[in-house]
Design a protein around this ligand. Structure first.
Ligand SMILES: Nc1ncnc2c1ncn2[C@@H]1O[C@H](COP(=O)(O)OP(=O)(O)OP(=O)(O)O)[C@@H](O)[C@H]1O
Ligand SMILES: [Mg+2]
Length: 467
């Protein structure tokens, strides 16, 4: 997976691959929790151990004060120099001038004087006596004096040290485990993404949209409950399918078009070559050749224009508007009457509005009217009808010509398809393909059927009309 780039302070920096970022994030999260839990455990163990010690210091202080009330400054009980058990107690006066000649063995902090003066609440401190860790309580005793009680804290300190060693070990192991976990999560979690990327890169390299991403077989009852990556892969496959279809359709259109253009272009060239040697032709021959050349040029131009329209797929949305369908039908029939003066058009319309592009709808109807007129034997009418059953607008174009043979019916909407009988008539077989494409772009359906009593019937059925 190649790393992306991110703009940082105006400079583009390479971003770490997603897999590394995920691994780092998981590692950091798990490591944070592991270290946090160990630190909390350390604090809890430490305070529990000290609590026990503090409790016995309080009891010793109470006992010493009860047994020896109102003593002057100096050692009250126990042995304070080396702090052998039991606890040692010493009276500290508020004024250092009242200290006994022999200084006490317990350290006296200014705070202790404050407690003696009654200006401060009792407190605990960690001290060292003769190189040993000890814990001391300074509490009130009698007026102007405080009582200091101390106990050796070797076992407590050793316990705390032992606990901290174990907890540190646990934290280190936790961080290592977090790293392993982060790596594993990023590998397994991103494996489908890696597959997806590999497929995308393969398609980009080979330009072949036939590749697909392998999806896990769907579990029964899990439909619609797949994970995000599986759904993404599914959408990706769908998109590839569409792409493949569209590429195939484009290729076929180009192949069909070049094949169809070959014949009229050959005829054009023949006539052009003929006219190049005009001095050898009679006036009548020259006239005929140039008329044919003009007709063939018009045909080729028409064909190319049709192809361009066919290659366009959807109606551009900005052009879509609410269209009076009856007005469009009437305008198209006017045009057809002018173009086919020998064909009577019988029209019945009703006011219907559909959403669409007027010029494209005209094109659709003109193609149908053109076919109907082209295949109508002299004098027979072409009937154009509008219906509006159950809110669904519908236009039908019906003629009294030969109709479409059942074996041709499935193919008349194919590009360049012309039934055998139609080959003698002008046309390239693109009209109906275009008509169906326009209908689909408008959400409508165009079908051909045999009219009752002979002739062809084309039906354009729109989606439900807007209110
Ligand atoms: N009204 C109709 N009656 C009988 N056959 C029809 C009718 N309309 C279409 N067809 C058949 O369907 C074929 C395809 O029609 P389409 O309009 O696509 O092509 P075309 O009319 O031959 O050429 P173009 O419309 O491109 O000039 C026709 O060649 C013809 O065989
Ligand atoms: Mg046609």
């Amino acid at each position: 997976m190649s790393g992306g780039r991110r703009r940082l302070g105006g400079v583009w920096r390479r971003r770490r691959p997603l897999r590394t970022r995920l691994a780092l994030a998981v590692t950091a999260a798990v490591a944070f929790v592991a270290v946090g839990v160990c630190a909390a455990a350390y604090l809890v163990v430490r305070s529990a151990l000290y609590e026990q010690l503090d409790l016995s210091l309080t009891q010793s202080a109470r006992l010493a004060a009860q047994r020896n009330p109102g003593e002057p400054a100096g050692t009250l009980a126990g042995e304070c120099r080396f702090l052998a058990a039991p606890a040692c107690a010493e009276v500290v006066p508020a004024d250092p001038a009242d200290d006994p000649g022999r200084p006490g063995q317990l350290p006296v902090a200014p705070a202790a004087r404050e407690v003696a003066a009654g200006e401060r609440a009792p407190y605990y401190t960690n001290i060292a006596v003769a190189g040993h860790p000890a814990r001391m309580l300074t509490t009130d005793y009698a007026k102007g004096r405080a009582l200091q009680v101390a106990l050796r804290a070797d076992t407590v300190e050793a316990g705390i040290e032992e606990a901290s060693r174990w907890l540190l070990l646990t934290a280190v192991a936790g961080v290592l485990l977090a790293a392993v976990l982060g790596y594993w999560v990023s590998r397994t979690g991103l494996a489908p993404v890696t597959r997806l990327t590999a497929t995308a890169e393969r398609i980009a390299a080979t330009r072949d949209p036939r590749h697909r991403i392998e999806l896990p077989p769907p579990l029964p009852g899990a439909l619609g409950r797949e994970d995000e990556i599986t759904r993404l892969a599914g959408s990706f496959n769908t998109m590839l399918g569409e792409l493949e279809q569209s590429v195939t359709a484009q290729r076929r259109l180009v192949a069909d078009a070049s094949h169809e253009l070959r014949t009229p272009l050959t005829a054009l060239r023949t006539n052009a070559e003929l006219l190049a040697r005009a001095e050898r032709l009679t006036d009548a021959q020259r006239e005929r050749a140039s008329a044919a050349l003009g007709r063939q040029l018009r045909e080729v131009t028409g064909l190319v224009n049709d192809l361009i329209e066919l290659a366009r797929d959807e109606e551009p949305t900005p052009l879509v508007e609410q269209v009076r369908l009856d007005a469009v039908v009437e305008r198209c029939v006017e045009g057809a009457r002018a173009h086919w003066p020998g064909v009577p058009f019988v029209v019945r319309t009703e006011g219907v509005v559909v959403a669409g592009v007027p010029a494209r709808l005209s094109r659709l109807l003109t193609n149908l009217l053109d076919n109907a007129a082209k295949f109508s034997p002299g004098g027979t009418p072409v009937e154009v009808d509008m219906a509006h059953d159950s809110g669904v607008p519908e236009v039908t174009v019906r003629d009294h010509g030969p109709g479409i043979a059942a074996e041709d019916l499935p193919y008349v909407f194919d590009r360049f398809y012309r039934a055998g009988a139609a080959r003698a008539l002008p046309g390239s077989g693109l009209g109906l393909a275009m008509a169906r494409q326009i209908a689909r772009a408008h959400g409508a359906e165009l079908v051909a059927e045999a009219a009752p009593g002979g002739g062809a019937l084309f039906r354009v059925r729109f989606a439900a009309a807007p209110a």
